[in-house]
Design a protein around this ligand. Structure first.
Ligand SMILES: [Zn+2]
Length: 416
């Protein structure tokens, strides 16, 4: 019996040890494949667990050594984008980090992002208010900043159009929270000096939600750098292993369950058991429905450098396609002018891929707001593992695109 208990203890200790370990990506590679015929996409989906990006005929995939061998034997030869994913993750974890007090030279933890939001609100009570939109499935708060003149005089100004910018539905897209946080900081710092910014904050309400998926974000710091979904427990698979996660950007109610989403709980694009089954999307949607004058919205993702608009669930063009295109091109020009980075403009379904149950479709369909999905840097050299030196440049180039959207949101007539 003593011996049995000893073995049991050893097993439990081993389990804990395994649970505390970071997922190891040594030997993993990211390849870019070029498809010759559409049917190959299905084959790749059956052979590869983690597809990073699809863009026309090119597909970026993150491959374990076994998957690399499988693809090779199936006749695929990809261009290697990242030679050793594990080494790159480690390098970025241990790299020298300048402690110059800047918020945008390294990737912050969730607590640091929330502290930075709190500080901005505390130091600028006449322009900024912080509040909780709701809680995640593991009970973490999802915080938002409300930027408008004298926010404390009304819970919401019914005569000020609202613009919402949110990031980090997908946990591994680390560049997205800093870009949104920078926007808030810069608006506040330029209120006194930039007449446009002053007008926007005086006449509009601007909301930013830097982290929609706080559980996933924490998990990418503690356990798996390349985690994408939230942390919903989905039961066990055939090998009795637990399955976690719903893709929040397939869980929105408009077009839910359509093409470009999966009913398989193990899939990276698992849509969940029902529309808004997840607390993160549920709370965010209730809050968006409560805004009286929602005019414009951006859901920020990475990577690929794109400015996308509805629809995601069909290749049909959306109503007001010409307006979307015009505003999209204006944002593209604004981005290009800063660091000469080119962002492609177009509808989600035809520019990247079909994706049903996405946030942008829902916001446009249900609220009629001018809704965009941004895909930030880069175009694939580092993908989700964008080096910290690129955080600030990415923040700087997207800032004027957000201003451009505010300018359009303030206009009554989008046709001129
Ligand atoms: Zn994403």
């Amino acid at each position: 019996m003593a011996r049995f208990i000893g073995v049991l203890f050893l097993l439990i200790a081993l389990l804990f040890w395994a649970g505390a370990q970071q997922v190891n990506y040594d030997g993993y590679q990211v390849w870019r494949l070029t498809l010759e015929k559409p049917a190959q996409m299905e084959e790749i989906q059956s052979l590869v667990r983690d597809i990073w990006m699809v863009r026309g005929r090119t597909v970026d995939v993150c491959l374990s050594p076994e998957e690399q061998a499988l693809l090779r034997s199936a006749g695929y030869a990809g261009e290697v984008l990242i030679k050793d994913v594990g080494a790159l993750i480690r390098q970025q974890q241990t790299e020298f980090v300048p402690q110059d007090g800047s918020l945008f030279t390294r990737y912050l933890t969730l607590d640091e992002i929330y502290a930075a939001m709190r500080q901005l609100a505390d130091q600028n009570p006449r322009l900024v208010q912080m509040f909780e939109v709701g809680k995640s499935i593991e009970g973490r708060p999802i915080y938002a900043l409300r930027l408008t003149r004298d926010p404390r005089r009304a819970r919401v100004y019914r005569d000020r159009p609202q613009v919402v910018i949110n990031a980090m539905q997908h946990a591994r897209e680390w560049i997205t929270p800093p870009v949104v946080l920078y926007f808030a900081y810069r608006l506040v710092s330029e209120y006194e000096t930039d007449v446009r910014v002053r007008e926007y904050l005086d006449r509009m309400e601007i909301y930013v939600v830097p982290v929609v998926n706080p559980d996933g974000y924490v998990f990418t710091h503690t356990t798996n750098r390349l985690w994408r979904k939230n942390r919903r427990y989905n039961g066990r698979n055939l090998w009795n292993q637990p399955i976690y996660g719903v893709d929040l950007n397939r869980n929105w109610a408009y077009g839910w369950g359509g093409p470009g989403s999966s009913g398989n709980p193990s899939s990276e694009t698992y849509r969940g058991t029902a529309p808004f089954s997840e607390p993160e999307t549920y709370h965010l949607s209730r809050w968006l429905l409560s805004l009286p004058l929602l005019r414009a919205h951006v859901d920020v993702h990475s990577y690929s450098q794109m400015i996308l608009y509805p629809w995601g669930n069909t290749t049909d063009l959306p109503p007001f396609n010409a307006v979307f295109e015009r505003v999209g091109l204006a944002q593209q020009a604004a981005i290009l002018s800063v660091h000469q980075q080119y962002y492609t403009v177009g509808p989600i379904a035809t520019t990247i891929y079909l994706a049903s149950g996405g946030m942008t479709d829902w916001v446009f369909a249900v609220r009629g707001a001018l809704s965009f999905t941004y895909e930030l840097r880069d175009t694939g050299q580092y993908g989700f593992l964008l080096p910290p030196e690129q955080i600030l440049p990415n923040c700087e180039e997207v800032y004027p695109a957000f201003l451009e959207l505010l300018r359009w949101a303030l206009r009554r007539d989008w046709s001129e």
